[in-house]
Ligand binder design. Structure first.
Ligand code: BEZ
Length: 255
């Protein structure tokens, strides 16, 4: 018998949906790009590049970037922008001492074995190379997760194995970085309430599928509707404007 915790079903990515409902992701990345401070000619790995919007910005700053993502659809969208992109599982990075820096924005919370990811990141870096990343940290989208879980339970459905994200504390993540062999330069949690261009319904449509995996269409709709009602008290201004309770973990480390 397998007593292990069930793994959440993986997210299906749709590049058009992502561009419509989540275009704020690359737009809100100034701080992490400043932390990376890419220099012309530097060889950089963009880990979890999505549709490549941010990779393009690194290229415009003169960096020589290889972008990787586990989604074929997202890699195709990145290539359509002229980005050098490859389908790669971040838990099995195949690079050996090739990069001046590994960069990642809004991707690492989808990767549930951080030690495997960070071991591959370390191996990918040249001696003295840097790792600079931002992703969901402890407390990220807490209200959204709680409302989804409550709405599932209200319909008698266990949320066990459905929560798809890794949102560590700074202490936990710093510990893993050190175990793998990094020296942490800066690490912080930054609350960043984020206005949603297509509201909470658009956000849930884009990102909440793993919570609803395998459920009938009617049941999915009812769970989403209940989630929206619960969240309207805290994350909507009553005028149709929604804010997501984002908390970023921003980190810089080197080997
Ligand atoms: C985030 O960027 O924090 C995030 C995006 C989608 C789902 C969960 C978290």
């Amino acid at each position: 018998m397998d007593n292990s915790t069930p793994q959440p079903p993986s997210q299906q990515w749709n590049a058009d949906h992502y561009a419509r409902h989540a275009d704020f992701v690359p737009k809100m990345s100034n701080e992490v790009i400043k932390l990376l401070s890419p220099q012309p000619g530097q060889r950089i790995l963009d880990l979890g590049c999505g549709d490549g919007a941010l990779t393009e910005r690194l290229m415009e700053l003169g960096a020589d970037v290889l972008a990787v993502d586990s989604s074929e659809e997202m890699v195709a969208a990145a290539r359509a922008r002229g980005v050098n992109a490859r389908v790669v599982d971040a838990h099995e990075l195949p690079f050996d001492h090739e990069f001046d820096a590994v960069f990642s924005n809004a991707a690492l919370h989808w990767m549930l074995d951080p030690q495997a990811v960070l071991s591959g990141v370390k191996r990918a870096l040249k001696p003295g190379g840097r790792f600079v990343a931002e992703f969901g940290g402890h407390g990220n989208v807490a209200a959204i997760c709680t409302a989804l879980i409550a709405s599932l339970q209200f319909r008698g459905i266990s949320a066990r194995g459905r929560h798809p994200w890794y949102f560590p504390t700074t202490e936990e993540y710093a510990q893993i970085l050190q175990t793998v062999g990094f020296k942490v330069d800066t690490i912080e949690l930054v609350p960043r309430p984020t206005q949603l261009p297509t509201g909470m319904a658009g956000w849930l449509e884009t990102f909440a599928n793993p919570f609803l995996h395998g459920l009938e269409e009617d049941l999915r709709h009812s769970i989403i509707d209940n989630t929206l009602v619960l969240l309207s008290h805290s994350l909507s201004d009553g005028q149709g404007n929604w804010t997501a309770d984002y908390v970023r973990l921003r980190v810089s480390a080197h080997i």
